[in-house]
Design a protein around this ligand. Structure first.
Ligand code: URA
Ligand code: SF4
Length: 209
């Protein structure tokens, strides 16, 4: 089975984990992506945010949420009263999954499979252990599945504090939509989607007191 575990050093700090993840071959996604995109941010953050996987720009630059979705996320966090600079940001899957566009050089994002999400989960568990956040925010369905299992449904489970499963620390989970969903929405739906994202992030922010 696909599994990152053989590549994960035991009890390592974030910098050592990041170095080790650069060489992960736990699933086939490392083959076509430019690099591993490990989490970044405040190593003792009270809020840890989990996205799906790096996008095109993240794959090129090597850092999570540095493209358009990151812009939406930072704006929504600030509006919800959470300082983006005080968070730790990562993804359920650490390599960019894509297919080439039918014509041209564009790379089209593909959702990771449950097998890939589960293969990459050991890295996420180590990030949770090392950062030990009070609040974990799942951004979208892939993050929700990584954290809560394949039964997660974002429409049903978003915006309410949930217990994290055993082995994921003492933090409380709040799920919301993926910021990319705001960018994909049409003009009519966009404001409402963004408002929902901010409202869910406020729920997370209130947990910090
Ligand atoms: N979308 C994600 O889920 N993560 C990123 O890092 C960028 C876009
Ligand atoms: Fe390893 Fe995750 Fe990359 Fe797969 S996606 S190769 S498990 S780091």
């Amino acid at each position: 089975a696909y599994d990152a575990s053989p590549f994960v050093p035991a009890g390592a700090d974030l910098d050592a984990l990041r170095d080790a993840a650069a060489g992960c071959h736990g699933c086939p996604l490392h083959r076509d992506a430019a690099q591993t995109v490990f989490g970044t941010g405040d190593a003792s953050a009270r809020v840890l945010l989990v996205g799906e996987q790096p996008g095109d720009q993240e794959d090129r630059k090597g850092h999570p949420f540095v493209g358009p979705a990151g812009g939406v996320l930072d704006r929504a966090l600030a509006e919800a009263g959470i300082d983006p600079g005080g968070t730790y940001v990562t993804n359920a899957v650490k390599h960019f999954k894509f297919e080439p566009a039918a014509r041209g050089k564009r790379r089209i994002h593909k959702a990771p499979s449950l097998r890939e999400i589960s293969a990459c989960k050991p890295w996420l568990l180590e990030e949770l252990r090392s950062v030990a956040p009070e609040v974990v925010v799942a951004l979208g369905a892939s993050a929700g599945k990584a954290l809560l299992g394949s039964g997660f449904r974002v429409g049903r489970d978003r915006g309410v504090p949930l217990a994290l499963p055993a082995g994921m620390g003492e933090g409380t989970l709040v799920a919301t939509i993926h910021p990319s969903a705001v960018l994909r929405a049409d003009e009519v739906g966009r404001a409402e989607m963004y408002g929902g994202l901010v409202a869910d992030l406020r729920v997370a922010g209130r947990l910090l007191g």
